[in-house]
Write a protein of this length. Sequence first.
Lengths: 116, 111
Amino acid sequence: GAVVSQHPSRVICKSGTSVKIECRSLDFQATTMFWYRQFPKKSLMLMATSNEGSKATYEQGVEKDKFLINHASLTLSTLTVTSAHPEDSSFYICSARDGGLQGKLFFGSGTQLSVL
Amino acid sequence: DAKTTQPPSMDCAEGRAANLPCNHSTISGNEYVYWYRQIHSQGPQYIIHGLKNNETNEMASLIITEDRKSSTLILPHATLRDTAVYYCIVRVAGTGNQFYFGTGTSLTVIP
């Protein structure tokens, strides 16, 4: 199956700083990538849909100025958590869809963000 | 996308078949059924998907009822490494169509 690489796997930062998470499709071109957030013992919550070359579409209740998404190439999308606060601590997961594989999504390994 | 209903948890003895049900009674004709699983602190892993017919791959089998209102994921010989949360998702296959995750079934394989 296709491979999606997410980096970093874990980050600890101070309150007020910004954190960038990268998501790369390694062996396919992904015109669409998705970003999810997951709290402990909870399901994945879709945050936004990222389309290459255009603005991301955010789910209701997700602050677009807080969670900046850039999808400048067919293999890279980034999520920047701006001015992070402790309540932003969570597990963030990206995914990418290969258009030739009947709509299957492939997921990165996730980033555990801890804001002190 | 259609809503899915899954039991919150299940146990299965190691070496036995694990049968995980999913109810999707409002599924529409062009929506596929996808199954993913998530092992603790990792990203979800694709297992299998289907539209109408039963499907089998190296990981599992997917049985879809004739009316398509429910399906069952079968892990034929469960191992301890199959302990995970299993998610059933229905959606239209297409470039921009989102995957919305429900609560899933937490499967524990018991030695």
